[in-house]
Design a protein around this ligand. Structure first.
Ligand code: SF4
Ligand code: MG
Length: 280
């Protein structure tokens, strides 16, 4: 049986002390250990941002790619080798700004990849300016009178575009974070996990304490069902997205790409007619 330390390389993370991302890294390592995924069968891909460093701390296949493009890389890796467990990671700027169209199309394609968004509602790496998930009124050096744009509601975007597994979690609630990652990896299709992961250096509004006061834990709500689309949409709207747990899951839509394995075919031997038949 694997141990979480098996997935940790010798590089010391250079995140600020107290950054929520430590918890996400640990949760992914624990989840991989609990699922007993051989290291050579795990690929972790990240975009750019403080969150992007996550792949570099994993002792697995890892790829620190380009801004907003963790999902195209992750999907390509999965299609090339269906035997791999593929996890993509990125921040709110990465996934909801420059990479938003990739997020939406990954949701539509439903390729069997797990996408973890480390959402701190700010651009941390580039020194604290507003991101698409920053709240209205959020003050930064670039928005001294407060952000004026409506923040993105990632859950509603995911739901509106046909997500088959959508969960949310909080860095300070490890048990639930590990649980939703495990279930996301086990899900046969695209799974997305939006993790509220506080930036202690540049976001002095959405702090650990703030999240403790505002997040509603769906796991404790006996009347909630993650299989009820309308209920999930209503809850996301009512709570401005501020909830944790599995928000929505459906298992009746198999990934249309699950039988495709380009990696087993040498370039030049690709049967284009077969592919066209499969997809058109
Ligand atoms: Fe974490 Fe913020 Fe520091 Fe980046 S700047 S490492 S997000 S605390
Ligand atoms: Mg961010």
């Amino acid at each position: 049986m694997a141990n979480m330390k098996d997935y940790s390389n010798k590089i010391t993370p250079n995140w600020c002390p107290g950054c929520g991302h430590f918890s996400v890294l640990r949760a992914l390592q624990v989840a991989a250990a609990k699922l007993d995924i051989p290291k050579e069968k795990l690929a972790v891909v990240s975009g750019i941002g403080c969150s992007g460093r996550l792949s570099g701390y994993m002792d697995s296949y890892s790829l620190h790619g380009i801004h907003g493009r963790s999902l195209p890389m992750a999907q390509g890796i999965k299609l090339a080798n269906q035997d791999l467990t593929v996890v993509a990671a990125g921040g709110d700027g990465d996934g909801f700004a420059i990479g938003l169209s990739h997020t939406i199309h990954a949701i539509r394609r439903n390729i069997n990849v797990t996408y973890i968004v480390l959402n701190n509602q700010v651009y941390g790496l580039t020194k604290g300016h507003t991101s698409p998930s920053s709240e209205r009124g959020f003050q930064t050096k670039s928005t001294p009178v407060g952000a004026i744009d409506t923040p993105i509601n990632p859950g509603m975007i995911a739901m509106a575009n046909g997500i088959t597994y959508y969960a949310q979690a909080f860095s300070a609630h490890q048990e639930q974070l590990i649980d939703v990652i495990i279930k996301g990896i086990e899900h046969q299709g695209f799974s997305m996990i939006n993790v509220y992961s506080p930036c202690v250096t540049y976001n002095k509004t959405n702090t650990y304490q703030w999240f403790r006061e505002h997040l509603v834990d769906l796991d404790t709500d006996k009347a909630y069902s993650s299989h009820d689309f309308q209920l999930a949409m209503n809850r996301l709207m009512e709570l401005d997205g501020l909830c944790t747990g599995i928000v929505y899951q459906r298992k009746d839509i198999p990934s249309p790409y699950s039988q495709l394995s380009l990696g087993k075919t040498k370039l030049g031997e690709v049967n284009v007619d077969g592919l066209m038949e499969q997809f058109i």
